[in-house]
Design a protein around this ligand. Structure first.
Ligand SMILES: [Zn+2]
Length: 374
């Protein structure tokens, strides 16, 4: 047999791939590390050849007799990788394609210890999905999940239609209430079907027989309204974060109870993703929630407009500067207000606080308290 050298392609080497190469010799594989250190892996010590599809590449892992990791490389980054794989196959070393096994719901538990953290990161969501799928089939709950899938799909699209209705026909407090309802209802469904329902990306799981995915357009539209509808509202940033924290915790309590007492256990990554989702939701609803439970304006403080400014990015933002609390305090105002007022005009800072004790303010024209308007 002619020796074959397998070395990184130039591009891969430049990207900081491990600087090593190996030679396929008659007796075994000679691995040469960056400082010239050589190790030999005898062919009879290799028990299996693992393949795993990573995001853009295929990882190849040589496994020892005790299922330990002997050598790994990514097939696309190495010159002669194909030839090396052919030689190993000719030596009757069995190939195991982990990605295919996972898609067919076959176990890969015995190989998990040999995987690196990034390889496990790719496999774990599928392993968890597979185990929960088996439980579902054992408990004969497949039909129930099929129903949930249809329900989630119908609800997802119904939310989208509801959003359009809200945008066209509703104004002020009732509009806010409806968008909040959409978001909280979506969260309630998420908790109810947790961890089978995904609102976040479930792209790692290829076999989606028992994965419920809800169309997210309706939820996203409500989410963006809650953010943009209140862009003229201002508050102390610290207060805002406190409320984000409180609402996140309130959203997560039912989720944790569900995963603690429920049959299906989510993995750590999933818990992290769900917590992040709760955080995003909380971030969007701080103003809407407090606006809903504010029943009167606290007081008004007059200010004099010193200057105006439009900031155009993708969308235009309108600012007014006035001396309030500090010199040149920057207020965000609506487009309409922006064009109605002139430099030197008197305006009112409308201070409010909700029954939860959240203090916030907006700027409006003198004598015109835009209370209840958005
Ligand atoms: Zn007011």
């Amino acid at each position: 047999m002619d020796d074959i050298t397998v070395r990184p392609r130039r591009a891969a080497a430049l990207l900081g791939c491990r600087k090593f190469y190996f030679r396929m010799e008659t007796e075994g594989i000679v691995v040469v590390e960056s400082f010239g250190k050589q190790t030999v892996i005898r062919y009879e010590d290799i028990s299996a050849l693992l393949f795993l599809n990573m995001s853009k590449n295929q990882a190849v892992i040589l496994l020892g007799r005790k299922n330990e990791r002997l050598l790994n490389f990514s097939s696309a980054d190495m010159i002669n990788a194909d030839k090396a794989i052919d030689i190993l196959r000719m030596k009757r070393i069995p190939s195991i394609n982990l990605s295919e096994r996972l898609e067919r719901w076959q176990d890969i538990d015995e190989y998990m210890p040999a995987l690196s953290w990034s390889e496990r990161f790719v496999c774990r969501p599928q392993v968890i999905a597979m185990k929960s799928a088996r439980r579902i089939e054992e408990a004969n709950e497949g039909k129930k999940i099929e129903k949930w899938k249809r329900l989630a799909c119908v609800v997802g699209w119904a939310m989208f239609v509801l959003d359009i209705f809200i945008l066209l026909f509703l104004r002020g407090g009732i509009r806010t209430a409806c968008f909040m309802f959409v978001l909280l209802f979506a969260w309630a469904m998420y908790v109810w079907m947790y961890p089978l329902l995904f609102l976040e990306v479930s792209g790692f799981v290829k076999n989606k027989k028992y994965i419920i995915e809800m169309p997210v357009f309706g939820i996203l539209a409500a989410f963006f309204f809650c953010l943009t509808g209140f862009e003229n509202f201002a508050c102390d940033f610290g207060d805002y974060l406190v409320f984000v924290g409180i609402i996140t915790v309130l959203l997560l309590i039912p989720l944790f109870l569900k995963s603690y007492f429920g049959k299906e256990k989510p993995d750590k990554m999933r818990v992290l993703a769900s917590s992040f989702l709760a955080l995003l939701l909380a971030y969007a609803v701080v103003f809407p929630v407090n606006y809903m439970v504010t029943f009167q304006a606290d007081r008004h403080e007059p200010v004099m407009v010193k200057s105006k400014e439009i900031y155009v990015n993708k969308f235009a933002s309108y600012y007014v500067y006035a001396d309030w609390k500090e010199a040149d305090h920057k207020f965000t105002v609506s487009e309409k207000t922006y064009y109605e007022i002139q430099k030197g005009d008197r305006m009112q800072v409308c201070l409010r606080h909700s029954i939860f004790g959240f203090h916030y303010w907006i700027l409006h024209n003198e004598g015109h308290c835009k209370w209840g308007e958005l």
